[in-house]
Design a binder for this molecule. Structure first.
Ligand code: NAD
Ligand code: LMR
Length: 325
């Protein structure tokens, strides 16, 4: 029997986690031979609801789930964990922008960054999902000076899978025939879903669709999909978000295939001219657990302008929470 691995999940009684926790416990992240211990963090008013979720997890009798720790203390939640899913934060409702959540959620990520710094494994892989996720990840990084910034990522994988699905439907193929889409920048309506490097069955995507569809339909559809889900469903995306969380962390844990990448927001090192010190979504490849920004992709003037707009928006977000950095 392998040594169990501890995984922290915040906001454990929330809607994303009602899907995510059951998939983690079933072994979808680390495989069918890897026992896990779940550390579930909630705020005091949600502890009762969390108890109910834990009852349901127990009722599944998952063979890999060795233990569940329920707590409202981040230091208990993050103690020794190798993976941390920072989901717990307010979601936006109809008519709000994700950046409207900045002041309400920012403090959470300062507190949790400090706790991760103090007690998590030194190799912890942290995925920030709570919105606005790029800047929340930046706050966590800045509050965890003893952890490498490589330990922190934010999620644009849901935008990535949305883009894959839109292109697959347009081309009449299935999603596994699509490669190398990129989401650049911020998980906001400014994000840039880029098809210049994407392939459909090995063919250049932009040779199969016309420019007007790419610019006037594809880009805005992906940019505004989260808003559209809230409008139609009445609540923000949950099961699809959980799916993206698993896909992001699976790729980070197990690696990407040769020549392939996923979209992941990481601390910019200046690649593609993006200012250092912003958490920005890039094409990222993973080898031996290390996520690296894919280098050397050609960026035309159309794309460059969109990359820059995202950089500007993220600088504005950073300015708004500078007291927490
Ligand atoms: P939800 O309201 O259903 O659940 C959030 C949970 O977090 C609640 O149970 C709440 O009690 C808990 N929580 C609040 N503050 C906490 C804290 N300090 N510590 C621990 N738990 C805390 O929301 P949801 O639909 O699950 O969404 C969670 C977050 O994920 C939102 O901010 C949402 O906007 C974001 N989101 C991001 C993406 C993405 O692609 N990056 C996708 C979907 C949702
Ligand atoms: C999404 O993209 O679905 C999430 O970020 C939720 C939201 O507020 O749009």
């Amino acid at each position: 029997m392998k040594r169990p691995i501890s995984i922290a999940v915040t906001g454990a009684a929330g809607q994303i986690n009602y899907s995510l926790l059951f998939r983690l416990a079933a072994g979808e992240l680390l495989g069918a031979d890897q026992p896990i211990i779940l550390h579930l963090l909630e705020i005091p008013p949600a502890m009762k609801a969390l108890e109910g979720v834990v009852m349901e997890l127990n009722d599944c009798a998952y063979p890999l789930l060795q233990k569940i720790v329920m707590t409202d203390d981040p230091k208990v939640a993050f103690d020794g964990v190798e993976y941390a899913f920072l989901v717990g934060a307010k979601p936006r409702s109809h008519g709000m922008l994700r950046s409207d959540l900045l002041q309400q959620n920012a403090e959470i990520f300062a507190i949790q960054g400090k706790a991760l710094n103090d007690v998590a494994s030194r190799d912890v892989k942290v995925l920030v999902t709570g919105n606005p996720s790029n800047t929340n990840a930046l706050i966590a990084i800045n509050n965890a000076p003893d952890l490498s910034s490589d330990c922190f990522t934010a999620m644009t994988m849901l935008d990535h899978t949305r883009a894959v699905s839109q292109l697959a439907q347009k081309c009449g193929v299935i999603s596994k025939q699509i490669n190398n889409i990129i989401i650049w920048g911020n998980h906001s309506c400014m994000q840039y879903p880029d098809l210049h490097h994407a392939r459909v069955n090995g063919f250049e995507a932009l040779s199969l669709v016309d420019d007007a569809w790419f610019v006037d339909e594809f880009i805005p559809t992906v940019q505004h999909r989260g808003t559209e889900i809230i409008k139609v469903r009445g609540q923000s995306s949950a099961a699809s978000a959980a799916n993206a969380v698993i896909a992001h962390m699976r790729a980070w844990a197990h690696g990407t295939a040769d020549g392939e990448w996923l979209s992941m927001a990481v601390l910019s090192d200046g690649s593609y001219g993006i200012e250092e010190g912003l958490v920005y979504s890039f094409p990222v490849a993973v080898t031996n657990g290390k996520a690296s920004i894919v280098q050397g992709l050609e960026i035309n003037r159309f794309s460059l302008e969109r990359l820059r707009r995202n950089e500007t928006e993220l600088k504005e977000e950073r300015q708004a929470i500078r007291h927490l950095l």
